[in-house]
Design a protein around this ligand. Sequence first.
Ligand SMILES: C[S@@+](CC[C@H](N)C(=O)[O-])C[C@H]1O[C@@H](n2cnc3c(N)ncnc32)[C@H](O)[C@@H]1O
Ligand SMILES: [Zn+2]
Length: 412
Amino acid sequence: MDEQENEIFNEGLVEIKVPKFEKVSSSAPVFYNPKMEFNRDISILALQTFQEEVDREINICDVFGGSGIRAIRYKKEISDVGNVAVNDISSLAIEQSLENSIANDVEIDIYQHEANILLRENRGIFDVLDIDPFGTTSYFVDSVGYSLKKDSLLCITATDTSALCGTYKEPCIRKYNAKPYKSEYCHENGIRILAGFVALTIAKYKKYIEDIKLSHSSEHYMRLYIKINKGSANTDESLANNIGYISHCKKCLYRSSIKVLANSIPENCPICGEKLINAGPLWIGYLQNADFINKMIQKIDEYNPDSHNNRLDENNNDISNNPNKKHVNTEKKVLKLLNTCLEEADAPITFYDIHLICRNLKISAPKLVDVMNMMKEEGFIATKTHFNPIGIKSDIDIVRLKEIVRYLSKNI
Ligand SMILES: C[S@@+](CC[C@H](N)C(=O)[O-])C[C@H]1O[C@@H](n2cnc3c(N)ncnc32)[C@H](O)[C@@H]1O
Ligand SMILES: [Zn+2]
């Protein structure tokens, strides 16, 4: 490959080369998106935290490798990693992964297979599967279910957010076998549809979602870190407790969740009588694990101990240019996301948009902070959510929330 046709990027401890591209797109010769450094930084922290939790050497596979950046960073920046494999269907991507791994002095296993074939041929081998395809991830989840071993971590990305969020309903039904709904909390719904689809698909292999460690909707994609385990009784129990529907009234903004396997789905709004819209089946369990996220936040201090000072080691030597020092470059953005996910970890399903409620009531909007304070004074949960900067997650019902908003609006 001609040297002049390449571009060089630095991330974490790694420097990679990719053929020059005009814009980030699936038609670039080898896919690399510099903006996803943030996502890869989060992955490094999540995988290291997972490794420490399971307390064994972990084998990792990046099933959609592109330039090899993820696999090379996993091998170089995570401790106690065994084999790291990178796979891609494209021969150019494979060549580039090989070249980049040699240049970064790491040994990774390199495969060129269609993802489903790789997953089927390598059952029960990897402790971590990273699924980062273009667009929908739905084509691969069955093979993921077949391939996953017990006590493993599934990291899964979807970029077909318009389907998952319900901009287009039919593609979501086709790909994820679930009905979406384009509400103010449609991104949360989308993540829940994806998680529900994973849970229902892997269940046939007696595998289940033990825990969603972290999930986020950022920019154009959704990403989940899911602890997987195995066993028929636990699979049955997990589906019974966590799969359901979210019922929404577009007239009065009432919403509730219902476990699908235990109940029938309500038809009408208990407040105003309007016909309810039911989204799902989807995951109605927790989307974040506070303990895991806390550990990830603490880990940033290990990766960036000097980030609030000059980069000095314990003997006060300047180590700013120390190439072996692990570093999360997108620290600020990562911390902002993790802290908000931590805050919302134990909050109930969906969230309220105060502006939408005020439009519904035809009144002007009071300050968000005043609404949240009053909710808390009355003993309700009121937390922010990463899904929407003006969203409030709460256990308050819509009727009482409207009363609070009306009261505060009168006193603006
Ligand atoms: C979004 S990119 C992966 C980016 C990479 N994980 C990163 O962090 O930079 C998707 C990659 O999947 C590859 N790909 C597309 N369809 C595939 C398939 N069916 N099986 C295996 N690889 C595939 C593409 O060649 C592309 O390199
Ligand atoms: Zn209603």
